[in-house]
Ligand binder design. Structure first.
Ligand SMILES: Nc1nc2c(ncn2[C@@H]2O[C@H](COP(=O)(O)OP(=O)(O)OP(=O)(O)O)[C@@H](O)[C@H]2O)c(=O)[nH]1
Ligand SMILES: [Mg+2]
Length: 300
């Protein structure tokens, strides 16, 4: 007689308003950098898969764009992606920021999942930044909401509480197959991951509207020649003034973006990289569905 299959696996989406640390948590749970992170809101623009391989279980995490009220087409499509995960997952991790507590933006997120029966775990993130008594008050508030199966405090950045969270998640997974082979931690394409590395550097090095106006497209990735890979990527912005800022005085900003991105890409690919960056203007691309599909891979 066959042994009953006791392997557990399932999909878990990471949901919350922008900047609460969803992508940082994904990277920490997967124990590898998959998603771009930054202190700018709306860093993540797509669903990003991260697979956690455990003995007897597999957690397939889906990092999502921060949910927020918006009128811009790109942002509407981003939020739609996050909401669409509700019907596809076995569990939802709802993240809030321990310092900020429940802001109206978090209530907006909770309202968006009012009608989904999927179990929800509240993850109170950034506990490294708060005093214990404040955390207790937040716990009480969260308890009163009575929509969460569990409430867990973590610091995604400091890797505190993340192992406990992993165990907790597994308890909510159904029996199922190993969806992904052991050596696979994401189903994102290599080009997408490289684009996100480059965009992350733009987010970290530029300010105001500039970081949000940028999309990165890898145009060309050659085969290694003498241990060197050439990668051409274009940074699209919406205005000539933004292009100027990205290039910087005498090309200094673009050089910095390129250098920092190249170092990370070389680490990722394990080869030397010649990274050539171009900057182009595509006016109002964030309000054009076709261009958004092409630049950000978002669907209707
Ligand atoms: N101190 C502290 N900072 C954190 C923690 N987790 C994340 N951060 C920081 O919070 C900022 C936002 O992190 P992200 O992971 O990009 O946030 P996100 O929720 O994915 O944001 P969006 O993609 O814009 O929705 C970054 O500067 C992180 O370094 C934490 O546990 N403690
Ligand atoms: Mg993110």
């Amino acid at each position: 007689m066959n042994q009953p299959n006791s392997f557990r696996s399932g999909y878990v989406s990471i949901i919350g308003r922008p900047n609460v640390g969803k992508s940082t948590l994904l990277n920490q749970l997967v124990a590898q950098k998959v998603a771009a992170t930054s202190n700018r809101p709306q860093t993540t623009r797509n669903k990003i898969t991260g697979v956690v391989h455990l003995t007897g279980a597999q957690i397939i995490l889906v990092d999502t764009p921060g949910i927020h009220a918006t009128k811009r087409t790109l942002n509407e499509m981003m939020v739609q992606v996050s909401l669409s995960t509700y019907t596809d997952v076995d569990l939802i991790l709802v993240l809030i920021d321990a310092v900020e507590g429940f802001l109206p933006e978090d209530e907006f997120v909770l309202k968006s999942m009012e009608h989904t029966a999927v179990p929800k775990i509240l993850v109170i993130n950034k506990i490294d930044l708060v005093e214990k008594p404040n955390l207790l008050t937040l716990f009480e508030k969260a308890n009163n909401k009575s929509i969460f199966k569990e409430i867990i405090p973590v610091s995604a950045l400091k890797n505190d509480g993340v192992e406990v969270l992993k165990d907790l998640i597994v308890g909510y997974l159904p029996e199922g197959p190993e969806y992904f082979p052991k050596d696979m931690i994401t189903d994102c394409t290599e080009a997408f991951l490289l684009e996100e590395i480059i965009r992350e550097k733009v987010l970290n090095l530029t300010r105001f509207e500039v970081p949000h106006s940028v999309a990165v497209v890898v145009e060309n990735m050659g085969d290694p020649i003498d241990g060197l890979v050439r990668i051409d990527a274009t940074l699209y912005t919406e205005k000539t003034s933004q292009k100027k800022i990205i290039i910087g005085q005498g090309g200094s900003m673009l050089k910095s973006i390129g250098r920092i991105a190249r170092i990370e890409i070389e680490k990722r690919l394990g080869v030397q990289v010649f990274l050539k960056l171009f900057v182009k203007v595509k006016p109002n691309w964030r309000d054009q569905k076709q261009t958004i599909k092409q630049f950000v891979y978002l669907d209707d």
